[in-house]
Design a protein around this ligand. Sequence first.
Ligand SMILES: [Zn+2]
Length: 394
Amino acid sequence: MLTRRDLLKSAVAAGVAWSNGSLLATGRYDLLIRGGRVIDPSRRLDRVADVAIAGDRIAAVESRIDPSTAAKVLDASGKLVVPGLIDIHTHARSKEMPSICLADGVTSLVDAGSQGADLIDSVVDTARSAPNRVRILINIAKTGILSDGELMDIGRADVMAARQAIQRHRDLIVGVKARLSRSVAGANDLEALRRAQEAVRPFNLPVMVHVGDTVSPLPAILAELKSGDIVTHLYSPPPHGIFDDAGRLLPEVRAARRRGVRFDIGNGRIAHITWDVAEKAIRAGFLPDTISSDWTDAGRAEQVFDFPNVLSKFLLLGMPIDQVIARGTINAARTFPAFKDLGTLRAGAPADVAVLELREGRFEFVDNANTPRTGRYKLFAAGTVIAGKQVRPT
Ligand SMILES: [Zn+2]
């Protein structure tokens, strides 16, 4: 007859060791991340603890787990241990970019509209060969991003071409992106957005709109958004940002949030965020739902640098660390159904973990106006685990 011990052993072998959510004294873990400050906003957890991994799943998070139960031990003392970071607005235009993000602790990312239907296969190839989870927002303009404005010619917003591309890559495409600024869409902003909504309708997917200096006022754009859609660059400077001329937060912005529209940062480099707007909004209690980098090759060299750097800017702006981490983990996971199991260290979740260092000192950060500010804290990537595999030693 099988004893309870045998049953537990076979459960471990079957990879279901985590199912009772407790430490299995009988089993062996594959990896133990020891002694770090575990911040998991999905469970309101912020304390020193050990994280055990079995196979590609989180097995347990406990105050102390016997290291002799693990095949491999990673010492995280003095560091933060958080769910694998999720950056919902990046541009994975080259094959190397996802790996670079992975070393930054980013285990999942979204390419936000780099390509449209014409060249979608190039982003799809990058996503398929990436070591982390790359998902795609397809640009409603079939040309993808053009430096002189892909939506200046509204004929490029081709609903059928976008739908066909989504259909072909249903596993990777998680929504449609529409860049609506004056320099991208001119007076076509609302029509482009309507076409983006038409493209996603049969698939029930979200649209991400890039706002800031649009021809149409923001409330007219918000009126075209449904629950689950995403506004990126929410802290864009005027004209047509989230404040009226008197500096009050537009009531339509709060109303949009109440009906389920999500608001994202998209740091980027040009006219997407200024300290002034961010500070004013945070003071008004209008925090972002998600923090994202809008990372490109150029951003790697200035302003953006990496995702932990972007997150650190919000520490400087006065947000507590757990709230900052939430916006790069669980909140980001909740933005896309494709990420629904992610952004958490709950037992049974995919074993995606970022180990970060929170250094104290004097660190300079800039906004998109290149205005420097000095912060006291900065996050640095110190190691990544994806699907239970350690990417870079801490
Ligand atoms: Zn972008």
